[in-house]
Design a protein around this ligand. Structure first.
Ligand code: IMP
Ligand code: MG
Length: 172
């Protein structure tokens, strides 16, 4: 195990979650959106967000995989667990942990749009724009971060560190 060093502390994460919830609540005031969480990384963010959102949301999951293991994207997106819910006629809000190259979101958005939702918006806790390969329109953004590999608060390195309550970087 490498030593995790706090990069974004839990209280700053909660402040961002509350701010995002306010923005989302304002935009979806009279609707019951479907929150679509991309597994596994966004599970903790989703859990915190829905508890402060105060909207009658429904929740769905999809699991995509782009990183085999380690920190370098394979570039190939694989649907590990497909969407089972019917999203036609729904307002879909994608809940992402991090958008890095943009390949995952770039794959997911057409996959969703093909299923005839009314709208699809994207909420990501973290945005790492320096490594973007595929343009993604981000509607709600928690933090913009530099090109560092982060773990914790749902994010992993080789399936480790997801449980950490802060977003951390790994000390060598
Ligand atoms: P993208 O397809 O390159 O945008 O990457 C999206 C996925 O890569 C995320 O959902 C994460 O699973 C993973 N990822 C990208 N950057 C990081 C990081 O810094 N830490 C942990 N996982 C990351
Ligand atoms: Mg991951």
């Amino acid at each position: 195990m490498r030593t995790p060093k706090v990069f974004i502390a839990r209280d700053r994460i909660q402040d961002a979650v509350c701010r995002l919830a306010e923005e989302i609540r304002r935009d979806y005031r009279d609707t019951a959106p479907l929150l679509l969480s991309t597994l596994k990384g966004s599970f903790m963010f989703l859990a915190d967000l829905v508890r402060v959102l105060d909207l009658p949301v429904e929740i769905a999951f999809v699991r995509l995989s782009s990183y085999g293991s380690g920190t370098v994207s394979s570039g190939q997106i694989e649907v590990v667990q497909a969407l089972r819910e019917d999203i036609s006629g729904r307002e879909v809000l994608v809940i992402e942990d991090i958008i890095d190259s943009g390949r995952t979101a770039g794959f997911l958005l057409p996959y969703l749009i093909a299923r005839a939702p009314v709208s699809v918006r994207v909420c990501t806790l973290l945005d790492k724009p320096q490594r973007r390969q595929v343009h993604v329109t981000i509607d709600y953004r928690g933090f913009t971060i530099p090109d560092v590999f982060v773990v914790g608060y749902g994010l992993d390195w080789n399936e480790q560190y997801r449980h950490l309550p802060d977003i951390c970087v790994l000390e060598p």
